[in-house]
Design a protein around this ligand. Structure first.
Ligand SMILES: Nc1ncnc2c1ncn2[C@@H]1O[C@H](COP(=O)(O)OP(=O)(O)OP(=O)(O)O)[C@@H](O)[C@H]1O
Ligand SMILES: [Mg+2]
Length: 238
């Protein structure tokens, strides 16, 4: 579905992605883990067409992906950015409707809102509340719900569990699994490595702009170096 082939991205002279290759197949949950500064967010913004690769190519369903955000959005690729980026002074309802801005106004919009409310019932109770007054967890749910309103084929999540309490983190991860079950392919960047690997079909470990390791979620989770570096398990103790 999506192929990132040997892509390098620079911020000025800083190389944030160094010949990175990943792929995402239809229907998968793919996780990217790695420490601060590894390049996870840069990779997602490159897929969204915001960052332009200096070399390498991206492919979407057999077509060369253009590094133009509107082109990417029109193909059904959407992102839940880090720290949500909601419109604080708009209500929950208004934020959800903004997520559907690329679509015709029709009755399916109401069905999609109901789908979002099934995922996150609390949003229905808060429809007329300003987004800025929601709790951190509710804001994350709204950000995901807003992205779902665009009926994405592929949804990118940047650190969806950042700053959330464990119970809310579990709820968000459960929601991601349900989103996949309902037909949206999911690519997530996460520091919460255990959960992200546990539910991933496949995973990539990034380090200073490179893919250091890849495999099925289970394989990466079982890797001794990953366990030592990300899961606080001593190498050799397993
Ligand atoms: N706007 C920017 N200008 C210059 N350098 C940047 C910019 N954004 C990111 N970088 C650099 O690019 C590298 C990759 O950053 P990126 O944000 O993609 O990493 P990350 O894996 O998402 O990290 P984190 O886990 O902290 O979110 C880092 O060295 C970072 O300092
Ligand atoms: Mg990041």
């Amino acid at each position: 579905m999506l192929t990132v082939d040997n892509v390098s991205v620079f911020y000025g002279r800083i190389c944030a992605l160094d010949r990175v290759s990943i792929s995402v197949n239809e229907g998968e949950i793919v996780s990217i883990i790695g420490p601060n500064g590894a390049g996870k967010s840069t990779l997602l913004w490159t897929i969204m067409g915001v960052m332009k690769p200096s070399s390498g190519s991206l492919w979407w369903r057999g077509e060369r992906l253009q590094s133009v955000p509107s082109w990417v959005a029109a193909r059904g690729i959407s992102m839940v950015p880090e720290r949500r980026r909601l419109f604080d002074n708009l209500t929950v309802r208004e934020n959800l409707l903004i997520g559907a801005y690329l679509r015709q106004w029709d009755s399916s919009m109401k069905e999609d809102m109901e789908t979002v409310f099934r995922l996150f019932p609390v949003l229905k109770e808060r429809l007329n509340q300003y987004a800025g007054t929601l709790s951190g967890g509710e804001q994350q749910m709204l950000a995901i719900g807003r992205a779902m309103m665009g009926r994405p084929a592929l949804l990118l999540f940047d650190e969806p569990s950042l700053g959330l309490a464990p119970a809310l983190t579990s709820e968000v991860f459960r929601a991601i699994q349900r989103i996949r079950e309902e037909g949206t392919t999911c690519l997530l960047a996460e520091q919460n490595a255990f959960k992200a690997l546990e539910m991933a079909d496949r995973a990539y470990v990034m380090n200073v702009g490179r893919v250091a390791l890849q495999g099925s979620g289970k394989e990466v989770l079982a890797n001794p170096e990953v366990r030592a570096a990300y899961l606080g398990v001593k190498a050799g103790s397993l």
